[in-house]
Design a protein around this ligand. Sequence first.
Ligand code: IMP
Length: 432
Amino acid sequence: MSGVVVVGAQWGDEGKGKLVDVFAEKADIVVRYQGGANAGHTLVVNGLKTILHLVPSGILRPETTCVIAAGVVIDVFSIREEIRRLKDSGLLQNPKQLMISDSATIILPYHKALDAARESALSEAKIGTTGKGIGPAYEDRAARRAILFGDIFDRETLYKKLELALQEKNFLLEGFYKLSPFKIDDLMKDLEQVAEELAPYRAKDNSLFIAKSLKSGKRVLFEGAQGTMLDILHGSYPFVTSSSTLASNACASTGVGTNSIQKVIGVFKAYTTRVGSGPFPTELHDEIGKKIQADGHEFGSTTGRSRRCGWLDLVALKYAIRVNGITNLALMKIDVLSGHDRIGICTSYKLNGEIIFDLPTSPYDLEKVEPIIEWLPGWKEDLTKIKSLSDLPRPTTNYIDYVGAQLGTPIDVISVGPGREQTLWVKPLFNN
Ligand code: IMP
C-alpha cells in the first residue's frame, strides 16, 4: 500500500506545508487528518504566496484530490473564506479537487468565544492557544455532542443539535464568563448560507474512498498539522493542542488501516521554534535567538505571533522519531542558519545534576532540564540558490551528516528556501 505520512517532529511550523506541496506532485491524494484552522501553511509557488489553514497543501496542484478527514475540526466560516480565495486565484476550479468528510466536527463561533474566555481566565497560566476554538470543539466531540459537517446540510438535525448546544454554551458564556450569548436564529441563517457554498465539497465516505484508492495503487499522502511535542497525549501537556498530532492518528482520523502506511516522514527545521507557552529546553533569549527569528521569518501565519527560537534539540527529535515511527526525515530551513560562527545542537539534557538522553515525560521535569550543547562550525554562504547537495559548503554538509548520524534515521530531503525549486533530494518519496 502506498500511504505516506508527513508529520511535524518538533513543536509545529516545521515546514510541512511546503514539503507536502512538493511531494504532492508524486501523490494522487493528499489527506489532512487532524487539527483545524490553528495550523497555517505559507506556500510560495512561482513567487505567489498562498496561506492555507484547513485545505491541504495539495490543492495547489489541480490533478491532486485533497481530503479533509473525520478527525479534523472545521471552522466552516474560515474554510469558506479559504475556498473563496482559492477560487478567486484560479487554484480551485473543480469541486472534485476537495472532499470534506461528513463526519468531521465543526467549529462554531461559540467555540472560539469559549477558547478566548478560558485563556483570559487562566491569565498567567494560559496555554497561548491560537484562539480558533480548537479545544472546545474537540471537547464537544469527546463529549458526544459535536455538530458534524454533514449536519449542516440537514436543517432539522442542525436546529435540534444547535438548540441543545446553546443551552449549555450560553449558560457558560453568560453565567460564568459574563459574555453575550449566541442566538440560534442568527447561527442557523449563517450556516444555511455556508452549507450552500460548501455543498459541492461534501463527501459522505472518505474512508471508503481512500481505502479503494489505496487498493487500486493510488499514492496517498497524509498531512499532519502542528507537531509531535503538541500531541494531546505525548506532547508537553498541558501546553499542547487538543488532538493527537502523531503519525498513528493519520489512520485513526481517516479511518484506514495501519497497514496502509509505507513510510513516515518526520519534518524538522535546522533549529527549533515554539509558539505559545510551555517548556522549551533549547530556547535562546539572546541576540542569536533574535537573528534566527528574523532570518527565518519566524512569525505565525495563523496568529502573527512571534515564535520563540532555539538550537536544534536532538533529545526531542529522537523522541519524535520513536513515538511516530519516523522512517525518513526532511530537514527544512537550513539556509536560515547561515551567518553564525558556530552552531549549537542539543545532544542531551541535565536534570537534577544527572545527564539524560531521553525526553522526560513529566512536563515539570521538562521545565527544569538544562540543554547540553555541542558546537559545530558555522558557515557564511547563502544557501538559497544551491541546486545540488554537492554544492553545499563543507560545514553545512558536516552539520547534516552529524545530525543524521545522531538520529540514526536517513535525511531524504533538505530544503534551502520556501520555493518548490529550493529543495534538494537525497531519495524519492514513494518506493514504487
Ligand atoms: P490550540 O491548538 O489553538 O488550542 O493551541 C494550543 C497550543 O498549540 C498553543 O501553544 C499554540 O500556539 C500551539 N499551536 C497550535 N497550532 C499550531 C501550529 O500550527 N503551529 C505551532 N503551534 C501551534
